[in-house]
Design a protein around this ligand. Structure first.
Ligand code: FAD
Length: 450
């Protein structure tokens, strides 16, 4: 059997490896448009900020490494067409512009996503960048080295915009974030997101909320000024467009493969599209929110890897299932970890739950232990059932631990009463005697029994 994989960063690379383990005798070919495969896009902001000193360090596997496992990885190959009836692909070789048709028995689409770029005047000026792939990273590094920018404007305040703000600030570049919405981080409840705003400002990042990008001005083909839709002019020798991403679905769509209501490729729990024998994984496809059952598009690296594994196994004849997501995510903004899982209070209400919540200040060590680090923690539960629905944690301390405990509670469908008696690890250097998760669950139990 011949399995072909289209796209080879996170989902595609993982699918190839899993397909090989499941079907040692299958022929596996991976076509990748970029020159690189199997790299961690998530590491790119840290290469830019200088925490990772060499961009090659975020490349996980080379085509030769796949080759040793009997997986043929062909880079600079763009799949331009799928013919599902003939089970054939058209592949363009970017090196010599030749085209060939190739047959497949099973196909895995791992075409990922690309940045949204507003069509405004000046968008093609030199010094206007996006950050998605390895070539973008190279452009960033080259510009930083050769032009030594002094002032950057980042358009968009999603996690990539915020990670880049920190990276550019670390390089001594005065950075302004321009955000069209009056708030940042819409998946978080507003009061939790506000702590991040304060932290950004404390760290010297200028944040302009309620201002969208109108146009970019330049001189001699290079960006000099960003103009917002309220007419504000911001000097900039680097402008970063970080207003979100959209799934690469055109190849699937023109082949008649159905998209879901989020606009990404629809798949079942086997990661199979509505066209039998064709699977999809990663940022190009949607999934389901395990709490409210709604389709959701969650373009994140860990999910791409999990889905790639399932698609690879099933394409090779296995029987794996991907159950959907809770929306667990984390990023770092200066000294703060910013993390959440499950539903925010607002989303819980919109999803038909009767949410009850508690917000508190927690810490990752005993009160008397030196270098304890504080954080804000919010736990959300359903008043009717007592089920835990989600949590948000923002601060210097072990926010990842809090969120991962709650993510596991969601997996186990635990109630606040269950969580209040969780037997978690305690010693003063690691935790207060009762974890903030336990304290918050207790407070919610009290609230629910009033
Ligand atoms: P992609 O990474 O988009 O890869 C798809 C590949 O397919 C691309 O190389 C593309 O060129 C290729 N391709 C597309 N169409 C074709 C075609 N027709 N023929 C051949 N090849 C094709 N996620 C987290 O969970 N945590 C993080 O901290 C995090 N940080 C991030 C930071 C940055 C700066 C960025 C950009 C992303 C970050 N992400 C993070 C998101 C994560 O990187 C993505 O979710 C992940 O890369 C998705 O993997 P993928 O394989 O589905 O798609």
């Amino acid at each position: 059997m011949r399995i072909i994989i289209v796209g080879g960063v996170a989902a595609g690379a993982k699918a190839a490896a899993k397909a090989r383990r499941t079907g040692p005798d299958h022929e596996i070919i991976l076509y990748q448009d970029e020159a690189e495969v199997s790299y961690s896009a998530c590491g790119m902001p840290y290469v830019i900020g200088g925490i990772i000193d060499n961009r090659r360090k975020i490349v996980i596997r080379q085509p030769e490494d796949f080759g040793r496992d009997g997986i043929q990885v062909l880079t600079r190959r763009l799949v331009t067409h799928i013919d599902p009836e003939q089970r054939q692909l058209t592949v363009r070789n970017r090196l010599d512009d030749s085209e060939e048709r190739v047959s497949y028995d099973r196909l895995i689409l791992a075409t990922g996503a690309r940045p949204m770029v507003p069509e405004v005047e000046g968008i093609t000026l030199e010094g206007v960048l996006t950050l998605r792939n390895f070539a973008d990273l190279a452009r960033f590094l080259s510009l930083l080295q050769t032009k030594r920018p002094k002032r950057a404007v980042i358009v968009g305040s999603g996690y990539i915009g915020l990670e880049l703000a920190e990276a550019l600030h670390a390089l001594g570049i005065k950075t302004t974030i321009v955000e069209k919405s009056p708030r940042i981080l819409p998946r978080f409840d507003v009061e939790m997101a506000w702590h991040v705003v304060e932290h950004l400002v404390e760290n010297g990042v200028e944040l302009m909320l309620g201002e969208g990008l109108a146009k970019l001005h330049g001189e001699n083909g290079r960006v000099t000024t960003v103009e917002t839709d309220t007419g504000t002019l911001l000097a900039a020798d680097l402008a970063v467009i970080a207003v979100g991403v959209r799934p690469n679905v055109e190849l699937a769509k023109t082949a008649g493969i159905a998209l879901g209501e989020t606009g990404a490729i629809a798949v079942n729990s086997a990661m199979e599209t509505r066209m039998p024998g064709i699977y999809a994984a990663g940022d190009c496809c949607e999934t389901v929110n395990r709490l409210n059952g709604k389709p959701v598009w969650m373009p994140l690296g860990d999910i791409a890897n999990l889905q790639g594994r399932v698609a690879g196994e099933n394409a090779a004849g296995g029987n794996a299932r991907f159950p959907g997501v809770f929306g667990t995510a984390i990023f770092k903004s200066f000294d703060m970890g910013v993390a959440m899982t499950g539903l925010s209070e607002q989303t819980a209400r919109e999803s038909g739950f009767d949410p009850v919540s508690v917000e508190m200040e927690g810490s990752d060590r005993a009160r008397y232990y030196p270098s304890r680090r504080p954080f804000f923690f919010k736990l959300v539960a359903d008043r009717r059932s007592g089920l835990v629905l989600g949590a948000q944690a923002v601060g210097e301390g072990a926010v990842d631990k809090m969120i991962d405990i709650v993510a596991t509670a969601l997996l186990g469908k635990l109630t606040c009463a269950d969580l209040e008696n969780a037997d978690l690890a305690y010693s003063p250097p690691f935790s207060p005697v009762l974890s903030p998760v336990i304290v918050a669950a207790g407070a919610l139990n009290n609230k629910m029994s009033w």
